[in-house]
Design a protein around this ligand. Structure first.
Ligand SMILES: *[C@@H]1O[C@H](CO)[C@@H](O)[C@H](O)[C@H]1NC(C)=O
Ligand SMILES: *[C@@H]1O[C@H](CO)[C@@H](O)[C@H](O)[C@H]1NC(C)=O
Ligand SMILES: *[C@@H]1O[C@H](CO)[C@@H](O)[C@H](O)[C@H]1NC(C)=O
Ligand SMILES: *[C@@H]1O[C@H](CO)[C@@H](O)[C@H](O)[C@H]1NC(C)=O
Length: 396
């Protein structure tokens, strides 16, 4: 009995389909910035509520739509909860360990044997930051421990045969970038520039790693009364712009200006094309009585604007591909961490009872993107059918 199935696709239809499909992939799935969130496991005390179980953290991260978590104080039970998930992990070695690790590579090995070796690669650890904003957190002169510590962690990873985890360290924008505006005039400041930043940038280039920077438009806005609030909050407005008269570039938001200041400072130091990762960013939903701009309406505007901007794929004026990754500070209000004092800033995107503070779609495939993909698929199917018809007539 003859088969009544549809005729097989002709070769030319097949090639055409492949071509259309590749177009579809290219237009719909251009890689967005990896979007993550920071998390600090609360230290249990007798008065504090118990921290949420690690499995709940892992579930919360993926159901919120984040691709990645940056753990500020890594804990093996938390890392274990992320094995066999698609969430990538960015681990931070706490500042007090920087000096011991700098002086002894076996200290680095010991840390890796607790935090990485038991889980990798089933837990997708991609990055280790040696310290977090170590420069601000340590006495002057201590910066000389940073690079030896970074090298020791890198070498220790090689010792145990891991080549795909990159090693770097994070800085705070306000501490490290001098004369940031206009961005084209930005430089890394002070003694640290020649003695730390340049050799670090060389290390990052040699090891294909990223420059990690904490970027808080909130702090820059508070220090500069002439910056309009809308410019800091990603609000589209005809008058919300700043021109860099040297480069002729127009900026529509403060975040891009800060990222480009970092890129200009790296260029001034002689390094182009090193990826930038925003290791922390956010806006507080409450603060002390004087911080009128720390409110949940502004926090929501900032986060919504940030996510839309990163998903747009527009990059920054000086870097088309934009930042490689960005981490929102932070998952929970820090009342869990420190106990709530009345005048403390809250940065969490979740309340401490794990309910959402904002209705923001953090996931890379938002509903608009999803329906775009669906439309593309439909037109792809229609196109294939339209083309298949005549081609089959021809091949008959
Ligand atoms: C991880 O992603 C892959 C490919 O997108 C998918 O098939 C798999 O189900 C995901 N795993 C989890 C645990 O979400
Ligand atoms: C480095 O640390 C290891 C154990 O952590 C110790 O045995 C060794 O003596 C130390 N080396 C130096 C040079 O301090
Ligand atoms: C450098 O990193 C990028 C992205 O992480 C990767 O695509 C590329 O293959 C890496 N290159 C080398 C030489 O490791
Ligand atoms: C969670 O906490 C927030 C803020 O304290 C509160 O508004 C909300 O009602 C709480 N939700 C639940 C389910 O307890």
């Amino acid at each position: 009995m003859a088969s009544m199935g549809p005729p097989p696709l002709s070769f030319s239809t097949f090639i055409l389909s492949l071509y259309l499909f590749s177009l579809l992939l290219r237009t719909t799935y251009s890689l967005p910035t990896t979007l993550g969130v920071t998390y600090f496991t609360p230290v249990p005390t007798t008065t504090q509520p118990k921290p949420p179980p690690p499995v709940h953290i892992a579930t919360a991260i993926s159901s919120l739509g984040f691709n990645s978590i940056r753990v500020l104080n890594p804990d093996p039970t938390l890392t274990r909860a992320f094995t066999y998930t698609n969430t990538t992990l960015f681990l931070t070695i706490p500042n007090p360990l920087v000096q011991p690790i700098a002086s002894n590579r076996s200290m680095a090995l010991r840390w890796l044997y607790v935090h990485v070796v038991p889980f990798y690669p089933r837990a997708r650890i991609t990055t280790i930051s040696v310290g977090n904003d170590f420069l601000s957190a340590s006495p002057p002169g201590f910066y000389s421990f940073l690079l030896p510590a970074i090298r020791n962690v890198h070498l220790a990873l090689r010792d145990i045969g891991i080549r795909k985890i990159s090693v770097s360290t994070s800085f705070s924008f306000i501490n490290i970038v001098s004369t940031p505006f206009p961005p084209s005039s930005a430089e890394f400041q002070g003694l640290a520039s020649d003695n730390l930043i340049k050799p670090l940038l060389q290390f990052l280039r040699d090891t294909n790693s990223s420059f990690l920077i904490n970027i808080y438009p909130y702090n820059v806005y508070r220090l500069n009364s002439e910056i309009p609030i809308g410019f800091a909050l990603f609000q589209e407005h005809p008058f919300n712009f700043r021109d860099d008269l040297i480069t002729g570039v127009r900026y529509r938001n403060l975040f891009d200006m800060m990222v480009d200041a970092v890129i200009s400072a790296m260029t001034a130091a002689g390094f182009v094309n090193i990826p930038v990762v925003v290791a922390e960013t956010g806006w507080p939903s409450s603060g002390d009585a004087l911080e009128v701009d720390a409110n949940s309406a502004y926090a929501e505007m900032y986060l919504r604007g940030l996510v839309a901007h990163l998903k747009s794929g527009l990059g920054t004026p000086l870097r088309k591909e934009g930042v490689a990754e960005a981490y929102i500070y932070e998952l929970f209000d820090d009342e869990v961490r420190w106990g709530k004092t009345p005048h403390e800033r809250s940065w969490g995107i979740l309340f401490s009872n794990m309910t959402k503070k904002y209705e923001i779609e953090f996931s890379g495939s938002d509903s608009a993107g999803g329906s775009r993909a669906f439309l593309c698929l439909c037109s792809f199917a229609v196109a294939v059918n339209i083309i298949r018809g005549p081609l089959h007539l021809l091949s008959l």
